[in-house]
Ligand binder design. Sequence first.
Ligand SMILES: C[S@@+](CC[C@H](N)C(=O)[O-])C[C@H]1O[C@@H](n2cnc3c(N)ncnc32)[C@H](O)[C@@H]1O
Length: 209
Amino acid sequence: MEPENPLLKRAYALDGNAREIRALYRDWAGSYEADTIEGMGYVAPHQAAKALSEKLDTDALVLDAGCGTGLVGEALTRHDIAGLVIDGLDLSPGMLEQAAEKNVYRKLSEADLTKPLDMPADSYDGVVSVGVFTSGHVGPQAMDELARVARPGAPVIVTVHEKVWGPDGYADHLKAMEAKGRVRVRDIRDAAYHEKEGYTCKLCVLEAA
Ligand SMILES: C[S@@+](CC[C@H](N)C(=O)[O-])C[C@H]1O[C@@H](n2cnc3c(N)ncnc32)[C@H](O)[C@@H]1O
């Protein structure tokens, strides 16, 4: 099923090229939240934040990977986790500027999830990535870095768009990560994503090993 929505058409036509991704999100950053939440019924940030909040202890340090304008960070703060600290990273400076205005992130950095992240292993008590594992953005290999920077036992919550789950081999990649002792797969469930567009995602609840 191809999207009718012209913004989604442009987003899903990307091919992982960093310059084009930055250009799309530079143009979209100002209207992204209205377009996705009201326009598309984008509920994935809330689903993922809820799943993560159920696994976090107090004083957790969380990484929001591909934080965009900060919808996930904002949703996480609504769960009243005492002492919660959230860092965000994204490829798009335009999206990071919007996220900074929310004042929910301790630190925001520009980084590319298709490359090794410039941070030590075992840095975070939780990692979340929403809307990033999708057509033309990043592929399953980027999950390796998310697992690396999470401390052993930390929850890693990732949405994978239904369009790419099968074709891009996510199930096999997660099995391989498990076999290498990088993660434990706790749950993979179908969850609402763009409700008004009729899209779902796989909500992956992983635990770094
Ligand atoms: C659909 S938005 C999701 C943003 C936010 N997580 C949300 O749920 O609203 C996808 C985000 O992934 C970012 N992105 C795409 N490719 C990336 C990459 N290689 N590294 C880091 N971020 C990337 C984009 O800049 C964009 O902000």
